[in-house]
Write a protein that binds this ligand. Structure first.
Ligand code: SAM
Length: 272
């Protein structure tokens, strides 16, 4: 095995352990209660207004979708509200997929979940999805974007579309909890890995120790070029002034000198 592959495998395995160890902190709290109550009602969706507009525009009625890095499945389940059918959520955290199974039961949904590393998908899985979804907080867990987008493109039928709604890479330069949150703290070009040894929560509230996790920053050109090389043709790209991540990043919203904070990208598998 090459040194690069060994490094990738180490980071992916460490991240699996870190996400599994953090899962219990995402269950039984107010956010979980909201999800459980929401999915008890038909047509519930957790997507925000921006992603809702994007998905509405893609006319997903009757189409099959796959979400990579689905976590507790809230968004895979939400795709039903847009008319999508036969959806699959993929995540490598078995502990989060237990939560997805609970939400699926509450919703009475027909989608499926697969516990797998995107870099080592099992043989024999469906590879003809009409669309794929990647949202907030997935790309940074990927040590190798080239191999990542090859795997994602391989899940789509020819002509299938990929939708990304992610954090804008510029935001990775800032540290909202520092004493000088508005000064750049990290080089745009430092790829990491940034190693954290704290439980992973979305509001940064948990400070307890957890297995080390490996975060990789990617530049915008790195993201776009990796998907072009994977045979995906960009058809839409929008940068947004609003945040779609932890609430501590809200300090960068509504500024006179506004940073780009999130982006939407739609691409199509070229051979379609
Ligand atoms: C921040 S969460 C995604 C949350 C989701 N966007 C949402 O809003 O509900 C990132 C997920 O990526 C998953 N992940 C990280 N590396 C992975 C890999 N190599 N293969 C599959 N899933 C992975 C983690 O287990 C985690 O559940």
């Amino acid at each position: 095995m090459s040194e690069k592959s060994a490094e990738l495998e180490m980071a992916v395995a460490a991240n699996r352990a870190a996400w599994d160890a953090s899962a219990r902190l995402h269950h039984g709290n107010a956010l979980w209660q909201e999800l459980a109550e929401g999915f008890a009602k038909p047509g519930f969706s957790t997507f925000d207004a921006t992603m809702t507009r994007t998905l509405d525009g893609l006319e997903l009625q009757g189409l099959s979708g796959v979400q990579v890095g689905c976590n507790n499945g809230r968004e895979t389940l939400s795709l039903a509200a847009f008319g999508a059918e036969r959806c699959l959520g993929i995540d490598q955290s078995a502990e989060f997929l237990k939560q997805a199974a609970l939400l699926k039961d509450i919703a009475g949904a027909s989608c499926d979940f697969l516990c797998a590393d995107i870099y080592a998908l099992p043989d024999g899985i469906r590879r003809d999805f009409d669309f794929a979804v990647i949202t907030i907080g997935v790309l940074g867990w990927m040590p190798d974007l080239g191999r990542f987008f090859q795997a994602v493109a391989g899940l789509l039928r020819p002509g299938g579309r990929l939708v990304i709604y992610e954090t804008h890479p510029f935001l990775e330069m800032f540290e909202p909890e520092s004493e000088t949150p508005h000064l750049p703290a990290y080089s745009y070009f430092s790829t990491g890995p940034f190693v954290a040894e704290q439980a992973i929560t979305y509001d940064g509230s948990a400070k307890q120790a957890a297995p080390p996790s490996y975060w990789h920053s990617h530049t915008l050109s790195g993201i776009v070029m990796a998907l072009i090389r994977a045979g995906l043709q960009v058809s839409r790209f929008e940068e947004h002034a609003h945040s779609n991540r932890e609430t501590c990043f809200d300090v960068y919203e509504n500024q006179e000198a506004q940073l780009p904070m999130s982006f939407t990208l739609v691409a199509r598998r070229e051979d379609g």
